[in-house]
Design a protein around this ligand. Structure first.
Ligand code: FNR
Length: 175
């Protein structure tokens, strides 16, 4: 099973890039997690539908079994980088997300664990015709206190991420 992971943060020291790397290892027995890169996406202006970064990721998504978003919450919503990528991909033909199973993984230093971003992303997912897994939801709170040397060390959280990967693999099999 091949799953595309899209990291919503472009920051060099991104927490979500670290969570993506760790999740990839934890998920290994269930599926292969492939990095779906959005860093080179141009800002959507309707003139770059043939940009190689956009075309490549669209094709990767079409041929994958599902998608997982690893995304921070920026100002109570979806980071512009991720929203821009979704907008660009939504104009590709055929629309790559249509009918795909998906999941969301988020972490924040505060208590909300990206909950507000996740519900905005779920709304966008309706138009994209994504089937976003409802449960379990991954909203890691107090993330920096659970991190050591770029890896989450909090045992409960690590166990939960493994369980999420297993649940997502079962969810994807239903499609
Ligand atoms: C944040 N942060 C943040 N956190 C949160 O829980 N809710 C929010 O609305 C915001 N808003 C916000 C806006 C902007 C522009 C930045 C840069 C940050 C804090 C955020 O959770 C924290 O910086 C994480 O490290 C972001 O994830 P990445 O980018 O490190 O993966």
């Amino acid at each position: 099973m091949k799953i595309i992971g899209i990291v919503g943060s472009l920051r060099k020291d991104s927490l979500h890039r670290k969570v993506f790397n760790q999740y990839k290892e934890l998920a290994k027995e269930h599926f292969e997690l492939i990095d779906g890169e959005i860093a080179e996406f141009p800002m959507y202006d309707g003139e770059h539908d043939d940009h190689p970064a956009v075309v490549t990721l669209a094709e990767q998504i079409r041929s994958a079994d599902g998608v997982i978003f690893f995304s921070p919450e920026y100002n109570y919503s979806i980071p512009g980088s991720l929203k821009n990528a979704l907008d660009a991909l939504s104009r590709q033909n055929p629309q790559p997300f249509a009918g795909k199973p998906a999941a969301i993984v988020g972490a924040s230093p505060g208590n909300a664990g990206t909950a507000r971003m996740q519900y905005h992303l779920r709304q966008v997912g309706v138009f994209l015709d994504l089937h976003i897994m409802n449960k379990p939801e991954v909203m890691i709170s107090g993330a920096f206190s659970k991190l050591q040397d770029d890896v989450i060390v909090d045992e409960q959280t690590v166990e939960f991420l493994g369980l999420h990967a297993k649940s997502f693999a079962e969810f994807v099999r239903r499609f």
